[in-house]
Design a binder for this molecule. Sequence first.
Ligand SMILES: Nc1ncnc2c1ncn2[C@@H]1O[C@H](COP(=O)(O)OP(=O)(O)OP(=O)(O)O)[C@@H](O)[C@H]1O
Length: 758
Amino acid sequence: MATTEEQREGAGKALELAAIYEIYEELLHEADAVDFGDLVLLATLVLEQNDDIRAEYQQRFEHILVDEYQDVNLASARLLRALARPGADVWVVADQRQSIYRFRGAEPSNVARFEAEFSGEKRSLKINYRSGAAVVRAFQSFAANMRSSSGGSWTASRGEVGALGHIVGPSLAAEAAGIRAHIEQARADGISYGEQVILARSHLTLARITGHLEKLGVPLLYLGDLFERPEIRDLLSLVSIDAEPGGIGLARVAQLPDYDATRGDALSVIAWAKENRVSVIEALGRIDEIADISQGGRAGLARLGAELQDFGPATTPWTLLTTWLFERSSYLAPLLEANDPKAQQQLVAIYQLLKVCGEMVAAGHSTRRQFLARIRRIEALNDDRVYRAVASEASGMDAVRVMTIHGSKGLEFRAVHLPALATTYMPANRQGIRCPPPPSLAHLAIRPEGHEAEEECLFFVGLSRARDFLFLSRAERYTSRNSTPSKFLSALTSLAPPRRHADSAVATPSARQFAPPTIRDRYEERELSLYLQCPARYQYERLDGLRGATDDAPYIRFHRCVYRTIGWIEAQRSAGQPATLDEAQAELARDWAEAGPVGHGFEAYYRSSADAMIATMVDVIAAETGTYDRGEWEILLDGKLVTVTPDRVIVAADGTVHVQRIRTGRKTKSEPENRVYALLREGARTRYPVRTVVIETFYLATRETVPVLSRKDDKLLAEYRQAIADIEAGQFAPAPKDARRCPSCQCYFICDYVQGVS
Ligand SMILES: Nc1ncnc2c1ncn2[C@@H]1O[C@H](COP(=O)(O)OP(=O)(O)OP(=O)(O)O)[C@@H](O)[C@H]1O
């Protein structure tokens, strides 16, 4: 029974998840498909529930060998029990110091139970054949204090070979320069690039480090986030021209060196195409008719028009890319000529994109729009990992390997580089449990000690991949704050004392300069909010007037429909004609057909939530006794007017004014920190100087009204003032507040911002 607020919220989430999971299972069933977990689950159930099948398999296998036994979870442990007949030889290999799959249900305690469960015995391996003595000493020293299974001692059969290194740099750039020095040190010892690996806890860390190493000219077999690489963005922008609405891709393509056009040229072409209702490609073909094009740009854009000629709505991304790259443009020429590690890397990335494109087209995402939508979706779900590893065709390249520690399990390399050994990176911070399991499954939640133990194991896995050289490194600053050394280093510093590596002099590109826009005295709250979300997006959308496609998740579409319908209901009420439930639902049906998650697997679930919210709204309005005061407010901030239209303003019978913001989502802790509340309070102060005003959030899903206090108003209003000042100073560098939302931005493909790296 949930008694506290937290438990109630947890139970609500668990119920929601259970409902979604049921639909997910139904969809799997309809598609006649199984997921990864089912592969083990279904096999186990078949064996457990059918005596004859179990007998058949049990007598087939006299010996069963299990590797990585510490990673066995509940389902695979049951599979093993069902497969092993009484008296069968079960032989397992386990290293509890390498248990790195607790997060997906692995139960290292299986190892401790092995002897009793299978009447077995345990033997320890004492000789290490992989690593030289220096490396063995390092992981032995670390293992001495591990939680999951402390201790262990090994004789290095290869003897005194190899060495350790440890550098500390003031910044990430300096750390990268230090890693390059380590890489070269190993090469001087006869270890090629291809025999070296960089291992880190997360892809994000790898992307950040490799971004710097790439600039330093280190050949790497790693692409980072494929779809955020500059050359891939060039190509995706090209694909998007006339495929995503608005011709936005031209803003990037026109500025490629080959076309020598300006951003202003691109905007002129896009505007002309819109005005004349022709495609952007056609507009490029008629460039002579377009005014306001720079001299160099005119010739370049005419050339681009010729290259794209005869590409129409039916042209697939595959045809467009291959024809343009190999037959028409000279985009590849400088890369082929340069033949340096950076160019090679770019060519590999382009090859990889073509491969992905071919696969996606074959899988039915065959129009250019579908292809781009698919990429946005992959990025939004952070599901691009499979595209980061370089295609096997390139595996012969002599380039440093790059992978997560999880990905390195079971592998070995002559030199291992472990960067970012700083607090919060290694061990990583434990993430809160977003949806705690219900009490009956509480044993499945990873406890804090489990997280720490798992992080230690990860580090042990990283250390023990090295054959000859183990190189450790960290920076004193990764963000604007200083970062302290990883606590895991303390076991190693006496063996590998840190050396300082000075900052490198890698030139960073200068920030983009833009002419300040016209100074105005009036701004909408919405546009300032957009600016604060991302200055670049503000510029593209508000100043350049660029509109393109966005990838809106069904969840967003559901909320948008509910807000739209509520806006209509509120307007009806203000006009003195409150909507009936039927009318409101008919309005929702219209909004839904136009903008809802129609056809999505979870549509019915979203729709019933939307229906319930609309019914609540109608009900709440019917029960209301106050009067309405609706309209746009103007709030004066340092001589500038900021306009905002509150969701609802009700003057109650006792004269109190309730200013509400309506939310269709779940109650969140951050909601009261939304700066719009500060603005509403400021507005209410001048509009209702003598009345009591309450600023509140109204949560439709739960009918809750929560007052918002004024604690941070000054700071929040200052954000609006700063936004206006920055806009007027022409500061529009991409700086998304929440980079995870970038893939749903219309400017995604033309933008230079790289998540976690920029
Ligand atoms: N008896 C042996 N003589 C010489 N070399 C050996 C011997 N056994 C293993 N090796 C070498 O030692 C290295 C490690 O072996 P292997 O990968 O099988 O170990 P492991 O226990 O699976 O390691 P881990 O679980 O840490 O990945 C390999 O390079 C392997 O060729």
